[in-house]
Design a protein around this ligand. Structure first.
Ligand code: HEC
Ligand code: HEC
Length: 290
C-alpha cells in the first residue's frame, strides 16, 4: 500500500517537473525567436535639416516625446527600467550620443530606430517606445533627428540588456511591451506635415506619448512600482472630464489639481514644455474620448 502511494507521489512530482521544463522551453524558444527576429524594412529617405529653427523645434519634440525623460538631459544618463535585483533581468535606456558606449548612427539609423523600432542589426529595440513616435510627420521626425545628431558626445557605457526567466514569461504572455517592432505597421505611410492649430486631431497626434503610462485608451493603468501612485483615467470619464481648460492647463504646468492634490513626479509634468496650442489640443482630444 505504502509502496503504491510512494510510486504515485513520485510519478506526480516527476510529471510536474517534466511539464515545467517543457513549459519553460516553449517560453524560452518562443521569446528568443521574437527577440532575434530580423526585419526587412524599406527605409524612407529623408533629408535632415541643420538650421537653428529645425534644431529648436527638434528640442521641443524631444522634451515632449519623453526622449530626455528616459535617456537623460545629456541623452546618455538613461533611466534603469529593470534593475538587476528584480526577477526580470536588466534594461536601461541607452546612451544615444556618439560617445564611447553610445551609438554610431547615420541618418538612416535614426529613421530605422524611430519609425520601425529597430536597431542597426534590424532587430527590435527593447521597450523603447518607437510605436508612440513612428507616426511623427516627416517634418517633425527630421527636426527631432536634427536636434539629436547635434548633441555633444558623452562617454558612458550601460551594461547590456538581458531577461531572467520571469521577464521571459511576462514577455511570452505579452504582459510586458518588450518589442516595439511588433507593434508597428512597417508599411505605413506618414504625413509630410501636421497642422499645428488647435484641434482634437492634433491632440490625438500628440497624446500617443501619454499612452505608455496611461494605457492605449488613456483610461488608466496600475502603478509602475509599489512606491508610485496608480495611473489615473485621463479621458472624459476620468477627472479631466470634469475640469475646465484652464484647470487642465494648471495641472499640466504645476501638477496642482482643482481638488487640491499635488501630483508626484511619477507624472512627468515638469519635463513637458507644451505650448498653449498643443495643450488645448490635448485637452480637446481627452474631452471627446468617451
Ligand atoms: C519610456 C522610456 C523611453 C523613451 C520615452 C524613449 N526611449 Fe529610447 N530607449 C529606451 C530604452 C529602454 C532603450 C534601450 C533599448 C534596448 O536596450 O534595446 C532605448 C534605446 C534607444 C535608442 C538606441 C537603439 C539602438 O540602436 O539600440 C535610440 C536611438 C533611442 N532610444 C532614441 C529615443 C528617442 C529619439 C526618443 C524620443 C522620441 C526616445 N528614445 C524615447 C527607452 C526610452
Ligand atoms: C511616465 C508616465 C506618465 C506619462 C508619460 C504621462 N503620465 Fe500623466 N500621470 C502619471 C501618473 C503616475 C499620474 C498620477 C500621479 C499622482 O497621482 O501623483 C498621472 C496623472 C495625470 C493627471 C492627473 C489626473 C488626475 O485624475 O488627477 C493628468 C491630467 C495627466 N496625468 C495627464 C497626462 C497627459 C496629458 C500625458 C501626456 C501628454 C501624461 N499624463 C503622460 C504618469 C504619466
Amino acid at each position: 500500500m505504502l509502496k503504491k502511494i510512494f510510486k504515485w507521489v513520485f510519478i506526480s512530482i516527476g510529471s510536474l517537473l517534466i511539464l515545467t521544463v517543457i513549459f519553460y522551453a516553449v517560453v524560452y524558444f518562443s521569446t528568443q525567436s521574437r527577440i532575434n527576429k530580423t526585419y526587412n524594412v524599406i527605409l524612407q529617405k529623408l533629408a535632415i535639416p541643420t538650421d537653428s529653427t529645425s534644431y529648436l523645434a527638434g528640442r521641443h519634440i524631444a522634451e515632449n516625446r519623453g526622449c530626455l525623460g528616459c535617456h537623460g538631459k545629456d541623452l546618455a544618463s538613461g533611466l534603469v527600467f529593470i534593475n538587476d535585483s528584480t526577477p526580470l533581468g536588466f534594461l536601461a535606456a541607452a546612451n544615444i550620443t556618439g560617445g564611447k558606449g553610445g551609438i554610431q548612427y547615420k541618418d538612416e539609423d535614426w529613421i530605422r530606430a524611430l519609425r520601425h523600432g529597430l536597431n542597426k542589426q534590424n532587430k527590435s529595440v527593447w521597450f523603447m517606445p518607437s510605436h508612440e513616435v513612428a507616426h511623427l510627420s516627416n517634418t517633425e521626425l527630421t527636426q527631432l533627428i536634427s536636434y539629436l545628431k547635434q548633441q555633444p558626445a558623452v562617454d558612458k557605457t550601460t551594461p547590456p540588456h538581458y531577461l531572467k526567466p520571469m521577464g521571459r514569461i511576462l514577455t511570452f504572455f505579452n504582459k510586458f511591451p518588450l518589442l516595439p517592432a511588433e507593434m508597428i505597421d512597417h508599411n505605413a505611410k506618414y504625413e509630410e506635415n501636421i497642422t499645428m492649430s488647435v484641434s482634437a486631431k492634433y491632440g490625438a497626434y500628440l497624446s500617443t506619448t501619454c499612452q505608455g503610462c496611461h494605457n492605449t485608451n488613456l483610461k488608466g493603468a496600475p502603478a509602475h512600482s509599489p512606491v508610485e501612485p496608480n495611473i489615473p483615467d485621463i479621458s472624459s470619464t476620468g477627472n479631466p472630464g470634469k475640469w475646465s481648460k484652464d484647470q487642465f492647463f494648471t495641472v499640466l504646468h504645476s501638477g496642482k489639481t482643482p481638488d487640491g492634490r499635488q501630483l508626484t513626479d511619477a507624472m512627468p509634468y515638469k519635463e513637458f514644455t507644451y505650448n498653449n496650442v498643443e495643450l488645448e489640443s490635448i485637452y480637446l482630444y481627452l474631452q471627446q474620448l468617451k
